[in-house]
Design a protein around this ligand. Structure first.
Ligand SMILES: [Zn+2]
Length: 252
């Protein structure tokens, strides 16, 4: 699958420019398959009073145990950009966090730094600075720590329910806003609430996105999956530590 990876790398690089650009010739032995973990909140939630919130969260303690497990099992984290450039090996993992939440900055990032893990954060451009969401300064800080920024639309609507023009607005304005404010190239998109249809996928391609992440379950495989429909592995409080370990062991 090396040839495919090289083609993907070329496609990715040709739309890229700027930082983190590596030549195609530098690509070595690669794995096409990587678990892309999907997190939302890293916080304490009362399971009885807020069961939905509990299902969207991992407690800080559980999150730290998970990172400890990944490190102890020889995993290293890579960005989505690295994955598409063919820099994944058998022990690579991508850590994604949806929604640009404040607790990513306050709670998850210090733990990630402690274990030397990279992450990708899917930011809702219209929610920057709202209560519970990171503000501009915090996003600059996480970028300085090496966090990759992805677009998660402007207002987190169900894109499959919108007109073509409204889909295009959500997709292109979020990218333009993030690029202008933070001086980054935005190539990746995360479907709000996992909702999409063929029109959304087409418009993402037309607007220059290289890949999109879904909430479909599975290990992402460059040889098998459409880049606009990469699956992820959701991680939350359900299943606890044992469930997390079991899921990763099943992929091996
Ligand atoms: Zn979301």
């Amino acid at each position: 699958m090396k040839i495919l990876t090289s083609i993907l790398a070329f496609v990715f690089l040709s739309g890229c420019g700027g930082a983190n650009v590596l030549g195609v010739g530098e690509i070595g032995e690669v794995s096409d398959q990587v678990p892309i973990l999907m997190y939302h909140y890293v916080r304490e939630v009362d399971k009885v009073w807020d069961p939905l919130g509990w299902n969207l969260s991992v407690s800080p303690e559980l999150f730290e145990r998970q990172m400890e497990y990944l490190q102890g099992s020889g995993y290293s984290s890579i960005s989505m950009g690295d994955f598409l450039l063919g820099h994944a090996d058998e022990r690579s993992v991508v850590l994604t966090f949806d929604d640009g939440l404040s607790d990513f900055y306050a709670t998850a990032l210090p733990i990630l730094e402690k274990y030397n893990f990279k992450a990708s954060n899917a930011v809702i451009s219209g929610f920057i600075g709202r209560e519970g969401h990171m503000n501009e300064d915090e996003i600059f800080e996480i970028m300085e720590s090496g966090v990759e920024i992805l677009s998660h639309s402007v207002y987190h609507k169900n894109l499959a329910s919108l007109s073509d023009a409204d889909i295009r607005f959500e997709v292109s304005s979020s990218r333009d806003d993030l690029e202008e404010r933070f001086g980054v190239n935005i190539r990746g998109f995360v479907y709000p609430s996992g909702k999409f249809d063929r029109r959304v996928m087409r418009i993402l391609g037309e607007e220059g996105y290289s890949f999109a992440l879904s909430t479909e379950y599975g290990e992402a495989d460059l040889g098998e999956h459409d880049l606009m429909l990469l699956p992820r592995i959701r991680v939350d409080n359900r299943g606890g530590y044992e469930g997390f370990v079991k899921r990763l062991e099943e992929l091996e």
